[in-house]
Write a new protein. Structure first.
Length: 484
């Protein structure tokens, strides 16, 4: 089975969220399951720095419209994953993250940048490709490659089967009609079953309509996005395609996220030897400037600071959390108002609240290991990875029941604790009062070492690896192949 992964991010080199993690880990899991996988990604500066001697494979021109010429380069990751790099310096050799400039504003030519990525993916997956290797399946991810299934269906011949995975429906790649010509699209593509979406062009909508199969990153999110509350205006299309829509829960890279072998930690530990967790808590407290205390729990947050993540609730509840008493450590950035609110909270409660604005991978690992309880009160969460990191690290998550959080965290109960299913704390209403009530309940359980230890062991007993998700993707790929 030959699979071409088309993505705008790939960890560890280029990552803004879960998409980068998935693109870095799932292809490896598929390779271990027997797939021949190549990952197609732009040749960003970080990838250029990592693979300066990437081999030239093909020159790509005459792709239509104003899509520029590009070169296809090939490199191999340290763990053996083949990477196909789209080299177009005018579009990809620039500072900032893949979508925003250093000042935090979208690049104005994003439709051309990701139109090129989509068009190259379609070309490499069609019968007209000049390369000997041609995929059986083109697996696209989010809006940035959403046009690829459309290009492949209408601008190439005899192409691969297509799968489009929705990592976050809130981002849809919506642009004005005026970019149609730049992308090599014609007026005949502008209709409800084409690329048109409420008077605009939508990369994601085109892919959702024309990919052979659709997946989301959790079963609950697959159901949620078919409703008006979570469908972001696309619920009708998604409900119409419900027969082709599957929710497959993400995994995590257990080679990187494993407390028994994590080099970022002050002490390693595992499910049967949890003493190392206390050493990580005290080391984390010292590192971020908290008082070294064992008499109160430490809540952890590693997140984009946005209302989607429910972090505004935590900011409002911060005074009351500190007075429980409890400590709070926050790592993240995002909404400037939220950043300021957390920084002010740290000023009011020195020694009890610590805030780091930005992102630090090593510190993220240490928060997962050193915190007692991990906070994820998201308003919506397609999958979420941090709750799975927390579970693997014996840090019971406190989450709102939505998307992948609902699929991975089982609410504490006496029966669930005894039968091994309970692994965290879950609330439903998006209010400060509900969050605080659940936090107080979690602290009560934390104060009972026997119950807390059992809850930690339940959490760490789960399988959060990519093994089962990769098997499900492989089954999906096979179902799309013509009968022999």
């Amino acid at each position: 089975m030959k699979v071409l992964f088309a993505t705008s991010e790939i960890a560890p080199w280029v990552k803004t969220g879960g998409l980068g993690d998935v693109a870095g880990a799932l292809p490896q899991a598929l390779r271990q399951a027997g797939c021949d996988v190549r990952v197609l990604v732009p040749y960003y500066p970080a990838l250029h720095a990592a693979f300066p001697a990437a081999k030239h494979v093909a020159h790509l021109s005459n792709l239509g419209g104003q899509l520029p010429v590009a070169d296809l380069l090939e490199a191999t990751s340290p763990d053996g994953l083949p990477l196909w790099l789209v080299d177009c310096p005018a579009l990809f050799d620039r500072p900032g993250n893949p979508y925003l400039g250093p000042e935090g504003i979208d690049w104005l030519d994003n439709p051309l940048r990701f139109g090129l990525l989509s068009r190259v993916a379609a070309y490499l997956s069609g019968a007209g490709s000049s390369l000997d290797w041609r995929p059986d399946v083109l697996h696209c991810h989010d809006w940035q490659t959403g046009l690829a299934p459309y290009y492949l269906r209408f601008y190439e011949d005899d192409g691969a089967a297509t799968v489009l995975t929705i990592h976050n429906l809130a981002f849809q790649g919506v642009f004005p009609f005026t970019v149609m010509g730049e992308l090599g699209l014609s007026a005949t593509d502008w209709h409800i079953d084409g690329v048109e979406y409420y008077g605009y062009l939508s990369f994601l909508k085109a892919g959702l309509r024309h990919a052979d199969a659709l997946t989301t990153v959790s079963p609950t999110y697959a159901r949620e996005i078919q409703t008006a509350a979570e469908g972001m205006g696309l619920q009708g299309l998604l409900k119409n395609r419900a027969g082709e829509l599957t929710g497959i829960l993400n995994g995590i890279d257990t080679a990187i996220w494993n407390p028994a072998h994590d080099s970022h930690l002050a002490a390693t530990y595992d499910r049967t030897h949890l003493k190392g967790k206390a050493a990580n808590k005290s080391a984390l407290q010292r590192e971020v400037g908290l008082a070294v205390r064992t008499d109160c729990p430490l809540f952890g947050v590693v997140s984009r600071l946005t209302s989607q993540k429910g972090l505004d609730l935590v900011a409002v509840a911060g005074d009351m959390l500190a007075e429980l008493p409890a400590q709070l450590v926050v790592l993240g950035n995002g909404d400037k108002t939220l950043e300021a609110a957390f920084l002010e909270l740290a000023v009011r409660y020195p020694g009890n609240v610590a805030v780091t604005i930005g992102f630090n991978e090593a510190l993220a690992h240490r928060i997962e290991a050193g915190a007692d309880i991990f906070l994820m009160p998201s308003r919506f969460e397609p999958c979420g990875l941090n709750q799975m990191y927390s579970l693997a690290y014996g840090t019971p998550p406190l989450v709102r029941a939505t998307g992948g959080l609902a699929d991975t965290v089982v609410n504490y109960s006496v029966a669930g604790l005894a039968n091994g299913t309970a692994n965290g704390f879950v609330f439903t209403e998006t209010t400060v009062e509900t969050l605080l009530g659940t936090a107080r309940w979690a602290v009560e359980i934390w104060r009972d070492p026997a119950r807390w230890g059992r809850l930690q062991q339940n959490a760490m007993a789960g399988d959060y690896s990519w093994k089962n998700p990769a098997r499900r993707y492989l089954d999906l790929y096979r179902s799309l192949q013509p009968a022999a």
